[in-house]
Structures are given as C-alpha cells and as structure tokens.
Design a binder for this molecule. Structure first.
Ligand SMILES: Cc1ncc(COP(=O)(O)O)c(C=O)c1O
Ligand code: FES
Length: 407
C-alpha cells in the first residue's frame, strides 16, 4: 500500500501500534460477550471496565459517566436527542454556524419537527460573540450544543465561559469535543459541560468507536434502545476490541499529552510561519487578530488561504509529492459549495476557494514539515501562473459573491 506524508490528522489518525497490540486478543482468543454469565465472557467485561476508567481519566470524569458509542456522530446524535427528551416542554436549541454536520444536520432535522434553532454567527477569526449567545438564550432553551474546537480551522471556543451563561438559563450544555480530546487537557470535574462527545479515530484508536460523557445527575434517554448494555444507556453488544483500543489510546494520550502537543505546536508554527513568509498573498484562517497569532487554536491545525487559486488544485499537486492535506473549502460532492465554516467567517471569495488545512499528529516529523515547505512555494507559483484569475477578475468575483450573498 502507498505511504505518505500524512498531514490530515483532523480527518483521521494512524492507529498507534500499541493500541493495535492491545486490541488484537479481543478479535481472536477473547471473543466472549461481556454480558454473558460465564467467566469466559466475564473476563472480557473486566477489560471493558478498565477501558472505561482509562477514557474517564483522560477527560477527568468518573467511569460511570462514560458511555461507549460507535463514533462521534452517534455521540452527537445521542446527546442532542437525550437533552431534548429530558425537557419535553422546551423547544429551543442554540448552536453555531460552524458545527460539524453531525450536529448541524441533526439541528436542521429538528427544525422540521417543531424546534427552533439559533445558529450563532462567528467573526472573521472564527469566534462566537458571547453577547449574541446570551441574547439568544430564553427560558425555552433546552440545549446549547457547541463544539470545543473546529475541525477545519482548529479554532477553540471559550467553552467554560459559554457554559456559565448556559447554566444561568438552566439549559443542558453539550460539547462536541471530537477534535479537542487528546489535543487539549480536559477536566470534567471542574467543568460546566453536561454532555461531551469524543471519537476514537481522531486520537489514534480505530474507526468505529467513540464515547459520550454524561455528567452524573443529567437525565439521559438512550438513542439506541434494546438490551441493557451500557447500563441501559446504549443498547447493542459492545465493540470490545474497539473499546479496549479506545481505552489504550486514551491512556497513551493522557501520559504524553503535554509533550506531544508542545512538539506538534512547534512544528505547526514553523510550517505556518515559513509558508506565510515564503509565499505571497496567503493568510491563516481563524485566530488571527491584528496580524498577531492568538492562542485559542488547536496545537496541530493550520488552515491557510492561498489567494487566486483553487484549494483542490493545491491538494492534487501535494498528492503528487505524496503529501496528504485537505481542503478547508471541501466541495461537498456535486454541489461545489465551499466550506460552510470559512463562509461563516466571511472570508473573501478568493481566499475561501484557495484554502487548505494541514493537521499534524504526534507522528509528524521535522523532515515531513521540511518536505511540505520545499514544495509549496513552487506549487502555488505554478498554479497562480496557470490561473485564469488576475486581481481584476478576483475583485469582480468578490463583488459578485457579495451581491449573491445579499439576495
Ligand atoms: C468536530 C467533529 N465532530 C464530529 C465528527 C464525527 O466523528 P465520527 O467520524 O467519529 O463520526 C467529526 C469528524 O470529522 C468532527 O471533526
Ligand atoms: S470550487 Fe470548491 S472550493 Fe472552489
């Protein structure tokens, strides 16, 4: 199989070899069902318990507050539905315009079922306005669901400040922390968060396993109804190898969090700074204020807009050098729609279309960053030379975009 310089870790991560080793016996010898009465199954139940403790430790929770799920999407769906079912009289939800589709599309569906949803706007830095949040809250607000960190830009929201406002109104606070867990230290014991989603494949566990934190005392109704697994909160025979893997991955993340994020941040900063210095007409999307970089961004992510060219063309060129990145303006298949996140930030047309994301992991090396830095200036230069855009056309397109936006 083809190998590559993998800088697309917000999409998914490499499974840690130690994690693979930990889960393998549960695909082969120890295939028992943890709910069985016999000890062959019972021994598997014990490792599920251990994994629950490992996941709980990573986010400063109690193990009784962890429900294993199949992925981040399931966690988001389950959290939102549970929060609404716990308060059937309240019909208002607050979220942001830049959430992952696992939250946005659930909210859109709920709008067709009699709920009102406020989609908070973001500014050019990708930040929400806490006053807009406060103004949107009412006694009818059942749920506030806001991501911890944005998958496209890495922008981190001030979750605890948001939580304090949510609590003033007695609403339930759900946080999609799929991109934050393993990159930012979290402690649910001192947090205002009621429900928190995480996903294994973003933190070096395999795909198909995730977890939902449910604060003790928060009423929870299951999304999947059936058997009594997960203490009646998520029916379905447990994905034991996945659970063991997530536990191991959480243990590794917790042990090395400070060191690995420091290293990633250094590499990311070097990549970002050098790209900005060596390539004209490009800028970082999110978290840039008065030309200075601020701190509220994930340590591993940079989203950069290269003006006058298409992000997809840059990605194809990088791919020829064996470098995997992704488009901050990913066209959803067929629709050619640029990223809803960058659009919500009000980026100009030319930057919106030429934006790409590099997302690093603890496996990223100096040599890999050097390889990207070696090819990017010439890729951008070549594409710009081929580009039908010139500045006049860009201005014209920008004007057209603004006209369309006001229709
Ligand atoms: C912020 C965010 N939420 C939710 C998800 C969905 O997670 P999963 O792929 O495990 O369903 C993702 C994955 O890209 C994400 O980045
Ligand atoms: S055409 Fe899709 S982002 Fe430009």
């Amino acid at each position: 199989m083809q190998t590559c310089i993998y800088l697309d870790n917000n999409a998914t991560t490499r499974v840690d070899p130690e994690v693979v080793e930990a889960m393998l016996p549960y695909l082969s010898e120890y295939y028992g069902n943890p709910s069985s009465m016999h000890s062959f199954g019972g021994q598997v139940g014990k490792v599920v318990k251990q994994a629950r403790q490992q996941v709980a430790a990573l986010i400063g929770a109690d193990d009784s507050e962890i429900i294993f799920t199949s992925c981040g999407t399931e966690g988001d769906n389950a959290a939102i539905r549970a929060a609404l079912q716990a308060q059937p009289d309240k019909r208002h939800i607050v979220t942001t315009q830049v959430e992952h589709p696992a939250v946005l599309n659930v909210c859109k569906q709920l709008e067709t079922q009699g709920y009102t949803v406020t989609y908070l706007s973001v500014n050019r830095q990708g930040q929400i306005d806490l006053d807009e949040l406060a103004a949107s809250m009412t006694g009818n607000t059942a749920l506030v669901t806001i991501m911890y960190a944005n998958n496209e830009t890495g922008v981190v929201f001030p979750i605890e400040q948001i939580g304090l406002r949510v609590k003033e109104y007695g609403a339930i606070f759900h946080v999609d922390a799929v991109q934050a867990v393993g990159k930012i230290p979290l402690n649910m014991k001192t947090s205002t968060v009621d429900l928190l989603t995480l996903s294994g494949h973003k933190l070096h566990a395999p795909k198909g396993i995730g977890a939902l934190y449910v604060r003790r005392g928060v009423r929870f109704r299951p999304l999947l109804v059936g058997g009594h697994q997960e203490r009646g909160r998520r029916a379905g025979t447990e994905n034991v190898p996945g659970i063991v893997a997530l536990g191991k991955a959480a243990e590794i993340e917790l042990a090395h969090l400070a060191a690995t994020t420091k290293k990633q941040k250094q590499l990311r900063d070097r990549l970002e700074k050098t790209l900005l210095e060596t390539i004209p007409d490009c800028e970082v999307n999110g978290d840039v204020f008065d030309g200075k970089l601020r701190k509220n961004r994930l340590p591993n992510t940079t989203n950069i807009g290269f003006k006058y060219i298409e992000g997809e063309a840059i990605l194809l060129s990088l791919n020829q050098f064996g470098i995997c990145a992704s488009s901050g303006s990913a066209c959803t298949s067929g629709s050619l729609e640029p990223s809803h996140v960058l659009r919500s930030m009000g980026l100009p047309y030319t930057t919106l279309h030429g934006s790409i994301r590099f997302s690093l992991s603890r496996y990223t090396t100096d040599a890999e960053v050097d390889a990207v830095l070696a090819v990017m200036p010439s890729i951008v230069e070549r594409l710009r030379a081929l580009s039908p855009f010139n500045n006049d056309q860009a201005d014209w397109l920008q004007g057209r975009e603004e006209t369309l936006a006001h229709r």
